[in-house]
Write a protein that binds this ligand. Structure first.
Ligand code: IPM
Ligand code: MN
Length: 343
């Protein structure tokens, strides 16, 4: 039985990169059937509904979701974003957000010191709690007395399961990142769960870093890192930083998964890129590598390796888009990967 993949290109750059990822999956011989859904800013503006109920049911029933990017300058209200991407993460309980950063080609590193450029690390970002839960409010809005609150929600279960997951993956070392010196309540819970889970995995080296020090160390010497586990917001911020260490937002992939239910949503880390979208300039590599993560999640690691190898080879040959030193368009860059899979 082919796996049923729900496809949500959504907006802007997402519409350009998702077809490239599908092209590559087909060339790799993936036994998938794709079904695309019309969830995007146009339909939201037309209907006022971010995600119709019948679409939701089908997404929830799919084997995996291949996602592009969501957002549109015409839709400034947060309900659209919350009703699509954040709803999928929260309600499908995709609590693990995996954001790998691997330097495929030395020249893509912005770092001056050659001996410290190497990066092959993974950020394990908590994806269903923290400052993203949308709890809080604005009181006396619009006045000089206004008060705004934004709650940082951390649960025993949520913190424990994401740290546990990091230890399932970490081979060399697991680094836990928080801000427990200033955010003492949430930080206290993270510290306690971290120590308890770490004690159950004595074979893996462990280290704790405050998020500011982690940002500094990532720029100073990314080669020191293997697996970093952290909360939702810090994971969001650090994964943009790590993307830039290996070639930029255009090539960074991500997997949003629930290891128990098997559900997953796979998306490039970049957004809709309204400044360059629609011109054939967007890099499809982030989406293609996200598709490779989907293939791995669905149990075909050799195919994921083949896709990743083809991407690496295309990048090294500079058969890629301009942002990473090539001259190809979005679809030509997808073709360059396809060609290597066929060879
Ligand atoms: C990401 C994005 C999202 C996030 C936005 C669009 C809500 O920046 O996937 O990194 O912050 O998680
Ligand atoms: Mn982000």
């Amino acid at each position: 039985m082919p796996k049923h993949i729900a496809v949500l290109p959504c907006d802007g750059a997402g519409k350009e990169v998702v077809p490239e990822a599908i092209k590559v999956l087909r060339a790799a011989g993936a036994d998938f059937e794709f079904e695309e859904f019309d969830v995007n800013a146009d339909s939201y503006l037309r209907t006022g509904v971010a995600m119709p109920d019948d679409v939701w049911k089908q997404l929830a029933a799919a084997d995996s979701i291949l996602f592009g990017a969501v957002g549109d300058p015409r839709v400034p209200d947060a309900n659209y974003l919350a009703g699509v991407l954040l709803r999928l993460r929260f309600e499908l309980d995709l609590y693990v957000n995996l954001r790998p950063a691997k330097l495929y080609d030395d020249r893509l590193s912005p770092l001056r010191r050659e001996d410290r450029r190497h990066a092959d690390l993974l950020i394990v970002r908590e994806n269903t709690e923290g400052l993203y839960v949308g709890m809080g409010g604005r009181f006396k809005k619009g006045t000089n007395d206004e008060i705004a609150t934004q709650e940082d929600l951390n649960t025993y279960l949520g913190v424990t399961r994401i740290i546990e997951h990091a230890f399932q993956i970490g081979k060399r070392e697991v680094v836990m990142v928080d801000k427990s010196n200033a955010m003492t309540f949430a930080g206290g819970l993270w510290q306690e769960r971290w120590k308890a889970v770490a004690a159950a995995h004595p074979k893996v080296k462990t280290r704790h870093l405050l998020v500011d020090a982690a940002a500094m160390q990532l720029v100073k010497d990314p080669s020191q890192f293997d697996v970093i586990v952290t909360g939702n917001l810090f994971g969001d911020i650090l994964s943009d930083l790590t993307a830039e260490l290996v070639g930029g937002m255009g090539i960074a992939p991500s997997a949003n998964i629930n290891p128990s239910s098997g559900r997953g949503l796979f998306e490039p880390v970049h957004g809709t890129a309204p400044d360059i979208a629609g011109k054939g300039l967007v890099n499809p590599v982030g989406a293609i590598l996200s598709a490779a993560m989907m293939v791995r999640h669905l149990g075909v690691p050799e195919m994921a390796d083949a896709i990743e190898g083809a991407v690496e080879s295309a990048i090294r040959a500079r058969e890629c888009t301009r942002d990473i030193g090539g001259e190809l368009s979005t679809s030509q860059a997808g073709d360059a990967v396809v060609k290597r899979l066929r060879d």
